[in-house]
Design a protein around this ligand. Structure first.
Ligand SMILES: Nc1ncnc2c1ncn2[C@@H]1O[C@H](COP(=O)(O)OP(=O)(O)OP(=O)(O)O)[C@@H](O)[C@H]1O
Length: 979
């Protein structure tokens, strides 16, 4: 227990605007002295000023420092002059005529008019909060005359809150600071004492009229209000809202002194209980109450001029305040709380003093905030208030701490343990939710594990990506092979038996496409370490990274698929390659057949030369084909490369093998059904070599014999049996009218123009073997058709000599038929037919001319430049004189076609040897030419011989098999256009 005095603080409110306007001006005039000087009797002006000053007010409070103030201080001017103080205006007003008191009062605190609410709070209530939370009761009440600022100090406004709000805010701040150590509860009630009745200001239902709420004093001498509502605020703002609502219910009425005068005493009571969180054998709980009281203002009835209810209110207010003053006097006279036991303190004279019983003289720290007005208009009220306050500061109170020491029962320990366990569990959950359960070391370890798993995942993704790229690269030829296989299958379905055998052989050697498995692009998951798998956060992180890598793989797969699609699109040309392969097969077969035939008849030099020429021609034909197709056909195209060569095919020298379909197309003409029909001699030769198997020569260096079945010699193949691509390439060309052909006009040719050459042995063997009727030529001069007869082979020296001898034996007959100048004319006339030639003759010529390709069943796929059958004027021809008996030549010249002299040579031979009928002149010419055939053949260049051998169609000879030879051109020109 400690003794304490009531803390008295005086707050001087500022002058309001009205009061400021009534402040008297400072009188600086000189007093009249009466002796002719200034101190004489006052003038009229001075009297007028003095009269005006009766309406002025002046400041009657002058704070000296924060503890002392001067009531009714002397005016500064009088003090300066050292004269007696003049009566103040209010002395005149109040008529007391007394001199200024100039009384000094000392208090615990003096707050000048400029003091803020915060400063008042810090100087009054704040020091008591610590004691309140420790169990010391406390009271703060505002005392003073009406309109002096009590309500403003206690409640304030929302813009400038007063002590209630500031106190609650400070209290909650301290509670929050000690929350971990103490458990604190605050209960709040707010009431008013109006006309000696107590009303609850926070109850939603207003207190019924009548006696109001009753006061009760318990055994502990604690005063409580029966039926008052208590509230537990959560924040100081909520308290402010409560107080604002309560003040609205408080009785307020405008008076002359205060427009918002409170007509009741308002009491805010806070009950604060606190106990430490640490459990002990004895529970120590503190309990204290804080009363914040806003008293109603005392008022002088004469000053307020209140009437009726206001007067009654004022009387009750004054009565309660008088009771309060009486208690204060009694407390002061008895020495305060120390002697209260033997003295009577009239607390029961009013509800107010009963309520403040322990705040004034009991176990309580009390602060009295005395609100005073500095205006001289409240001179008496202020003076009385200061006298009360000065007396109240002498009141002594005994302050004891309110502690409850409660021995705990065993059951309470069980309850405390359960409470502590629950608290521990809550703390653990809180730590787990914030991730604070892991130590930094554990987190680093988990992060390292996750990084390791991620690296493994990345390595797997990288390896799979590389495999994906390789698979895409490997798939490109597979797609190409599949395209080829598809084309082959189509060709097999639509081809005749021989072709089908070839195509099936190719198909068997074309690899299958192996589709990748569906999960090729799926990224396998790397198993997570258990330490990570148990943590949802890490598993989510790993799953996200796995998805990231798999998405990258999917992107790679899409790119690869796109590339494969492009490749497949490009590989559609594989179908055309099938056509090419088919043509090559036919050509190879035909070439081998022809080569087999020739092999028996050629000398070694001829074979070598023939092979070289064929190879060169094949290469040119291949190039032409590729150019025409618009695509490059590599040597390793599976269709060609995969064809096997059975050993019997090796009978043909590899050097003789054609290398392109250009050869094929040419040789297929030999195998065409029409050719067989028209040329039984050729067919017979084919039959003779029928045992030669059909093979497709391999152009690859590493070609190996295969067990693939070989096709027999290709029989005449119907057009409809060809593959679609082939059919397309073999589509009938626009029909072309037969070119007008010139009749052979024997002309004189200078002997030097014809250079003797060695003719091939089988030149005449290739001539048309159709039966013909010799007209003028002797029977022995007619070529032996059909079967090859070595005895009739003009290439043999013995035969050539015999032929010359036979010619010499009939000189007279030849001379009779020969036109002068035509004996040495070369049979180089272009294969033109005279317009006057009979139709039958023309047909026979066409039969003898395989160059008419319009009805050829097998055409090479070449789209090489085709020599027009229309007459083309040749500049070379135009320079040369033509025979007047014959029209100028309109056939394509050798120069314009770049080497068709070979064709003409073959035509010439056939025309000369196979013409069935002619007129007399022609017959004579034919006889002469026939006689000189051997010599002329000897003069042919080798390529001409070759062309004749192959019986090259005119339209393709220039592009495929004829080697342009300037020398040959010159010789042909000299033959075609004799002077
Ligand atoms: N310190 C101050 N600063 C500014 N204005 C003040 C101050 N004190 C009082 N006032 C103003 O003076 C007027 C009267 O104040 P207030 O109502 O608080 O007086 P009161 O003592 O409560 O009167 P009553 O006893 O009649 O209720 C109010 O308008 C208030 O705003």
């Amino acid at each position: 227990m400690t003794e304490s005095s009531i803390q008295v603080a005086v707050r001087i409110r500022p002058l309001n605007a009205r009061e400021v306007s009534l402040l008297a001006p400072v009188d600086t005039s000189q007093p009249f002295q009466g002796d002719g000087g200034l101190a004489g009797s006052p003038s009229k002006a001075q009297n007028a000023i003095a009269a005006m000053r009766t309406n002025y007010i002046r400041n009657i409070l002058s704070p000296v420092d924060d503890r002392v103030l001067v009531f009714d201080p002397a005016e500064p001017a009088a003090q300066i002059r050292g004269q007696k103080q003049q009566p103040t205006t209010h002395m005149h007003i109040h008529g007391n005529g007394r001199r200024a008191r100039d009384v000094r009062y000392a208090f615990d605190r003096v707050f000048p008019p400029t003091t803020t609410q915060q400063e008042v709070y810090r100087g009054t209530v704040e020091p008591m909060l610590t004691g309140l939370l420790s169990g010391f009761n406390a009271s703060v009440f505002a005392y003073g005359a009406t309109g002096c600022g009590k309500t403003h100090t206690i409640s304030g406004s929302s813009e400038d809150p007063g002590l209630i709000f500031l106190t609650m805010r400070g209290l909650y701040e301290r509670i929050e600071e000690d929350r971990d150590q103490y458990e604190t509860h605050v209960r709040l009630s707010y009431l008013e004492i109006y006309n000696e009745t107590i009303r609850d200001l926070l109850s939603p239902t207003p207190t019924p009229p009548g006696p109001g709420l009753a006061l009760r004093e318990d055994a502990a001498s604690k005063i409580s209000v029966v039926g008052i509502t208590e509230h537990i605020p959560e924040s100081p703002e909520q308290v402010l809202e409560m107080i604002t609502e309560g003040n609205k219910r408080r009785t307020q009425s405008p008076t002359e002194a205060n427009a918002v005068s409170s007509r009741s005493h308002a009491v805010l009571q806070l009950n604060v209980t606190r106990k430490p969180r640490t459990a002990g054998t004895v529970e120590e709980m503190s309990s204290a109450s804080l009363n914040i009281i806003d008293l109603a203002g005392s008022e002088r009835a004469s000053a307020t001029n209140n009437q009726g209810m206001r007067m009654k209110e004022g009387a009750n207010i004054n009565r309660s305040l008088l009771a309060l003053g009486s208690c204060i006097n009694a407390l002061c006279q008895t020495g305060g709380a120390r002697n209260v036991k033997g003295r009577h303190i009239p607390y029961r004279n009013s509800k107010l003093t009963r309520l403040l019983k322990f705040s004034l003289g009991g176990n309580c720290k009390t602060v009295m905030i005395v609100c005073v007005s500095p205006s001289s208009a409240h001179y008496e009220e202020t003076h009385n208030t200061l006298k009360y306050a000065n007396q109240a500061k002498n009141i002594q109170t005994k302050v004891t701490r309110n502690l409850l020491h409660i021995d705990r029962h065993v059951a309470q320990y069980v309850q405390a343990i359960a409470s502590l366990r629950q608290e521990v569990q809550e703390l653990k959950e809180k730590l787990a939710s914030t991730g604070g359960a892991d130590t930094p070391a554990e987190r680093r370890k988990r992060d390292a594990l996750l990084a390791d798993a991620t690296h493994q995942l990345q390595d797997a993704a990288t390896a799979q990506r590389d495999a994906l790229r390789q698979a895409a690269t490997d798939a490109a030829p597979l797609h190409a092979a599949e395209a080829v296989r598809s084309a082959l299958r189509d060709a097999v379905d639509t081809s005749a038996a021989p072709d089908r055998a070839i195509l099936e052989s190719l198909l068997a050697q074309t690899p299958d496409v192996v589709a990748p498995p569906e999960d090729t692009y799926r990224l396998a998951a790397i198993p997570l370490p258990p330490a990570l798998a148990a943590d949802t956060t890490y598993t989510a992180l790993y799953a996200a990274r796995h998805a990231h890598f798999e998405a990258n793989l999917a992107a790679e797969a899409r790119a690869a698929a796109l590339q494969a699609a492009r490749q497949l699109l490009q590989d559609t040309i594989g179908r055309r390659l099938i056509d090419l392969a088919l043509g090559t097969a036919h050509a190879t077969q035909a070439l081998r057949s022809a080569a087999a035939r020739l092999d028996n008849d050629l000398t070694d030099d001829d074979r070598v030369a023939l092979a070289a020429d064929l190879r060169a021609a094949g290469e040119r034909g291949t190039a032409a084909l590729q150019q025409a197709m618009g695509a490059h056909v590599p040597d390793n195209v599976p269709v060609v490369r995969k064809v096997a060569h059975p050993s019997p095919a090796r009978r043909v020298r590899p050097s003789l093998g054609p290398r392109s379909t250009g050869d094929a197309a040419r040789f297929m003409r030999l195998a065409s059904p029409r050719r067989r029909t028209l040329r039984p001699s050729i067919a017979a030769r084919h039959r003779n070599i029928g045992g030669t198997p059909l093979v497709v020569p391999d152009t690859a260096k590493d070609a190996k014999p295969s067990a693939a079945p070989t096709a027999p010699t290709v029989p005449p193949k119907p057009r409809a049996s060809l593959a679609p691509g082939v059919q397309k390439s073999l589509a009938p060309r626009p029909s072309v009218a037969p070119a007008p052909r010139r009749s052979v006009v024997p002309t004189d040719v200078p002997a030097r123009a014809v250079e003797p050459k060695k003719a091939p042995a089988d030149l005449r063997r290739t001539l048309p073997d159709r039966p013909r009727k010799p007209v003028t030529a002797p029977a022995d001069s007619v070529r032996k058709p059909a079967v090859f007869d070595k005895a009739a082979e003009p290439s043999l020296p013995e035969n050539r000599a015999a032929e010359r001898r036979a010619a010499e034996r009939r000189p007279e007959k030849r001379s009779a038929e020969v036109v002068p100048g035509a004996a040495r004319a070369p049979p180089a006339a272009p294969p033109a037919v005279s317009r006057t030639r009979p139709e039958s003759d023309t047909r026979s010529m066409r039969h003898a001319l395989p160059s008419d390709t319009s009805d050829d069943p097998v055409q090479p796929v070449s789209t090489s430049p085709v020599a027009s059958t229309e007459p083309v004027h040749s500049p070379t021809l135009s320079k040369r004189p033509t025979s007047p008996a014959r029209p100028p030549s309109t056939s394509p010249s050798a120069a314009s076609r770049g080497g068709t002299g070979v064709k003409r040579r073959g035509l010439f031979e056939r025309q000369f040897l196979a013409r069935p009928e002619t007129n007399d002149g022609d017959s004579t010419m034919d006889s002469l030419l026939h006689t000189d055939l051997a010599d002329l053949s000897a003069q042919l260049p080798r390529e001409d011989w070759q062309a004749s051998l192959l019986d090259t169609p005119r339209r393709t000879s220039s592009s495929f098999f004829t080697t342009p030879s300037p020398r040959g051109h010159r010789s042909r020109e000299s033959r075609e256009m004799p002077a």
